[in-house]
Design a protein around this ligand. Structure first.
Ligand code: IDP
Ligand code: MG
Length: 155
């Protein structure tokens, strides 16, 4: 198995995505693409945890509202694995502002405003590593062979 095929990204379904019944739809897209689910949990994240998750945005005017939004209900936290999982995951989510997201992307298809954009995806391999470590313990990451592997990858 090529090492590049093991790239991991942290994907989350935000409280609005959960409340709007989009959990299955969002998971379905990552599954159907061919990415492998490595970890998943349904949880109410604390404000401190969310402040840490978005620490790079701490000086932005929307930071505290963003933390309140993310804390307003449960989220689905996931780790997905595959070739270019970080970059392709972001493409699948669409632009940060749904108004700029193309139809066919998750944000392009299911939401309207930037402050209610239903999903999160890591923006680099480095931030994916940090986010995965923040949201999951090592033993929560499941390493199982996917029976479709040879049908998704050339090598
Ligand atoms: P990303 O989620 O596409 O990586 P970031 O710039 O990292 O976008 O912003 C994190 C989150 O903060 C966004 O997904 C969105 O929920 C929220 N956000 C970003 N910009 C704004 C804004 O101008 N107003 C309100 N919320 C915003
Ligand atoms: Mg971001």
């Amino acid at each position: 198995m090529a090492a590049a095929n093991k790239e991991r990204t942290f994907i989350a379904i935000k409280p609005d995505g959960v409340q709007r019944g989009l959990v299955g739809e969002i998971i379905k897209r990552f599954e159907q693409k061919g990415f492998k689910l490595v970890a998943m949990k349904f949880m109410q994240a604390s404000k401190d945890h969310l402040k840490q998750h978005y620490i790079d945005l701490k000086d932005r005017p929307f930071y505290s509202g963003l933390v309140d939004y993310m804390n307003s209900g449960p989220v689905v936290a996931m780790v997905w694995e595959g070739l270019n999982a970080v970059k392709t995951g972001r493409v699948m989510l669409g632009e940060t502002n749904p108004a700029d997201s193309k139809p066919g992307t998750i944000r392009g298809d299911f939401c309207i405003q930037v402050g209610r954009n239903i999903c999160h995806g890591s923006d680099s391999v480095e931030s994916a590593k940090k986010e995965i470590a923040l949201w999951f313990k090592d033993e929560e990451l499941v390493d199982v062979k996917n029976c479709a592997y040879e049908w998704v990858y050339e090598n």
